[in-house]
Structures are given as structure tokens and as C-alpha cells.
Design a protein around this ligand. Sequence first.
Ligand code: UDP
Ligand code: MG
Length: 317
Amino acid sequence: METERTPLISIVVPLYKEAANLRGFLSEVTGELSKTGFRFELMCVDDGSPDETWNILSEEARTFPNLRAVRLSRNFGKELALCAGLEHARGDAVIVMDGDGQHPPALLPEMVRLWQTTKVDVVEAVKTKRGPESFSGRIGALFFYVVLNKLAGVNLKGVSDFKLMNRRAVDAWLQMEERNVFFRGMTAWLGFTRVQIPFEVSRRAGGQTGWSFPNRLKLALTGISAFSSLPLQFVTIAGLLFFAFSIVFGLYTLVLQLAGRSVSGFATVILLLLIIGSLLMLSLGIIGEYLARIYEEVKGRPRYVIASSIEPQDSTP
Ligand code: UDP
Ligand code: MG
């Protein structure tokens, strides 16, 4: 029998325009979790969806006693929605998963079993095969992983947002107070003991991806600038290289001038101007990127704003 001492498992699900398949998803997850014999709660975060997502959650909450939900005041993006979910989850173990069916609920009992038997802090589901994606998405992801791996030493290949964290890991995660949240990278940074289970990303059950290309690019830039200051050193290195080059080229020009054979260098001047100009602007851009991150953090705004929430009638966990 379930008692107060039975561990509580929280499932954190960020939802953006997932109305199409939400009911099916909720009942599937509930079904899988009942198999584990643990108490559980579903912590859904509606990331300001313009569609029926919130209405469906309110309706379902009448029949699912384990459903809790918060609605953000606008679309804050998946990472911040996850943040809201993690802050509100009360479980001894928290499982984070997508609400679009791409993270198979059938894996939940196995994750819980591994957590119980191995006593590790993090059980992470690793993609053996990426889901059906656009070619540009695939290339973009690969490029991003390689860059992040080289720059920050964080290996994220195959790592997904589908993972179980115990209370200790969640509390440690919540201590990271940055506004530029990158869930995957931050959990990798945390360390802790972990086991991996492979899974295949399935097709979306319905609706369509809420990520646009600019969103992905923004996440990639956040990830890189949050995990590495190497791009800043690139500016210094480029400066040094140019300095060395300028000495050589300067001496060469001087010698030619003294020998009375100065270069008729219109093309050279234009070329140098263009190269130096773009290098300067690129460097300023890199510095600006970090400046923007600092500015965002320094403002100290809340990470997200909650518009409303649903708690079950007897809300003792
Ligand atoms: N999502 C969100 N806010 C957003 C975009 C997405 O909460 O602005 C949620 C979405 O509802 C889903 C999860 O994040 O549960 C993953 O989103 P999606 O399937 O669009 O991303 P992909 O699987 O393509 O990485
Ligand atoms: Mg998806």
C-alpha cells in the first residue's frame, strides 16, 4: 500500500501548443507511473500557449488527482518553463520529459527502477537515434555539439532533456540562479553519479515543433557563452596575429619605400581595410554577446512569471 513514506515522483512537462495530444499523453504517463507503485505528481508547465492547452489541463485536473499545473504569463521558452517546473516539483525524484510524445512514457518505469536499484543521482535517457528532423536541424545540432565540446569540454552528444534527478541533484540545480538557462548543459556541469539508458526519439504525436530556427540559434549562443569564455580569447589571439603580421608587412613596406620602389598598393589597402574591418566587428560582436549576457543577469529580473496555477483539492503531497 502507498503510505506517506513511499517516495514521491514528480514528472515535469513543459508544454507549448501541445493541445492536440495532451489528453492521450497525460493518460499514458499516468498509466506507466501507476505500474511503479510509487506516489507521483504531474507538474505541467503551460509555457503561455495560445491554444487550448491550459483549458485541457484545467479539465483534466478534475479527473486526475495527481495533476498540478502552472501557467506562465507568456511564452518564456522551454528552458525557463523547465525551470518553473523544477522549482514547483516536490518529488523525491523529478523526471523531466517533453510533452509531445517524443520521450516515450514507456521508459518511465525503467528509469524509476534504475533510480531505486542503483541509487544514482541522475538517470539520463540518451538518444541512440535522433527523431525525424530537418536536415538543417541535424547539421545545426551536430555543429553545436562539436563547438560546445571543443570550447567548454561538455560532451552533450546524444544527451536529451529526458532525465530523472533525485532531490539532491534538483536542489543543486536550483541553486544555479542564472537567467540564461540551458538545462542539459547545466545538469552536465553539475556532475553527480549517473547512469544512462538508451532510447529512440519517436515522431511527434501531434502538433508541431515550437522551436523556430532563431530560437535554436539563441539557445546555441546561450549554451556557448554560458559555458565558455574562449571566444573572448579568440579576440586576443586574432589581435596578436594581426600585430605580428603588421610588423612583417610594415618592415616590408618601409624597405620598399627606402629602395624607392614603393608598392602601388590600392588593392592591398582595400583588402587590408576589409579584413581588419570585419575582424574588428566580429570581435565587437563577440564581446557584445557576453555583455548582453552580463546585462541580462545583472538586471536580476525573475526568470519567469506565473499567471495562474492548478493544485489538486487535497494538496498534501
Ligand atoms: N516547449 C515549451 N516552450 C517552447 C517550445 C517548446 O515549453 O517555447 C515544449 C514543448 O511543448 C515540448 C518540449 O518543449 O513539450 C519540446 O519541444 P519541441 O518538441 O517543439 O522541441 P524538439 O523536440 O523539436 O526539440
Ligand atoms: Mg519534440
